[in-house]
Write a protein that binds this ligand. Sequence first.
Ligand code: ZN
Length: 204
Amino acid sequence: MDDCYETRLREFADGKRLGRLTNTVASGREDRCDACGSTQPRTLFGLKDGGSGRYYFVGQNCLAWLMDNGMVARARYRDKAASAYGREMELRRNGGPEGRAAMEIAPVRLDGHPQGPKVPSLRRVVLVVERNAEYRALVRLSDGQRSVSARAGESCWRWEWTRENGGAVLDRVWRPGRAMGASVLRAHRAALERWRRGAGPRRE
Ligand SMILES: [Zn+2]
């Protein structure tokens, strides 16, 4: 292992009191290992920082390295990785201190112009529920006077090509992380579109 990798992991663990969660989560297309940034892991292991209460999700190699180097406690937290994942991703989406997902939707722009003094900043409320293997997101935007909302649903099951014996097969795979992110993004886009249509002159 190169120094760069170890430095990254040390920086990741620095100042955190990490412990494992129970179970794992299947990695979605946009998911990265929080420790090294790799998109490779198919399975993510949940970690909790006892100091901040925040959750992190790392691949198996990084988990092993962190444990070997005494950076993760032997004891486990009772929190289940899957529900912790849901809460953590929502926090990040709503502009938590380490917003990875927040980049996708955070800068609210109307008509493609950056938010200026004329446009009051929009308050966003995001609700996500899982029901019948589907994530349903509700996004509400408001500026204190007017509010619009939109919903979107995404199935946790997804058809994907996977490699098998040198060929490729179309397989139904369980992608709860992807479904959650996708449902919020779609609902957010729809809400913004409604906001844009209702606010100011039409551009079409
Ligand atoms: Zn990693």
